[in-house]
Design a binder for this molecule. Structure first.
Ligand code: GRF
Length: 213
């Protein structure tokens, strides 16, 4: 059974989806810790309810990004994870962290990458007149939201959508594709090879596996 550490900063609905999938055995793994950079992240309560260890490490206690990333790396490494899952972890991670966990760290981003990296993705998709929005799970690399995409799910953008309504529609898909990507990884079906995401021995396309529900 694999060992997962989940990094969060907020509400933790993606964390909950992964907790649930581990509980049913759908993901063959145990979550050994949930780490938050925010003491008031609701995801910490979700972890406690599931009897998962929690840890808080505030970036505000460190002089710069690098020293925070080194401390975070050491904290996470102390749990010996096979997989590190960034589930709404709202800090940009530098090489000090990312390169240490290269090939064993996944992030979820609320857009159809490579479109709309960074913040406010839903509003930006609406403003750009996109007919589709969505979400992507990708391997974490030094390039922000730029690592090889594993899986994507698309949803329609409707004419009366606002960012909040669209975010809720996307989030429903996030709760399906993130546990699925974690499941693949924990079954040794998903790897990062020569900078490409590989599923069942096949290099995935640049936009990853297209999830259709
Ligand atoms: C999700 O939309 C995820 O894509 C983004 O942050 C949000 C986290 O939501 N990175 P939650 O904390 O999992 O509910």
């Amino acid at each position: 059974m694999k060992n997962i550490v989940v990094l969060i900063s907020g509400g933790g609905t993606n964390l909950q989806a992964i907790i649930d999938a581990c509980a049913t055995g759908d993901i063959n793994a145990k979550i050994s810790a949930v780490v938050s950079n925010k003491a008031d992240a609701f995801g910490l309560a979700r972890a406690a309810k599931a009897n998962i260890n929690t840890a808080i490490i505030s970036h505000k206690d460190y002089d710069d990004r690098e020293s925070f990333d080194i401390a975070l790396r050491e904290l996470v490494e102390s749990y010996n994870p096979d997989l590190v899952i960034c589930a709404g972890f709202m800090r940009i991670l530098t090489g000090a962290f990312v390169n240490h966990f290269l090939g064993r760290s996944l992030n979820i981003h609320p857009s159809l990458l490579p479109k709309f990296t960074g913040l406010n993705t839903h509003q930006r998709a609406i403003d750009a007149g996109e007919s589709q929005a969505g979400t992507s799970v990708h391997f974490v690399t030094e390039e922000l939201d730029g690592g090889p995409v594993v899986i994507q799910a698309a949803v329609p953008v409707l004419s009366d959508d606002n960012a909040q309504v669209l975010a809720a529609r996307v989030l429903e898909q996030e709760h399906k594709i993130f546990p699925l990507a974690a499941k693949w990884f924990c079954e040794d079906r998903l790897t990062l090879k020569n900078g490409k995401a590989v599923l069942d021995g096949e290099i995935l396309p640049d936009t990853g596996f297209q999830f259709k529900g």
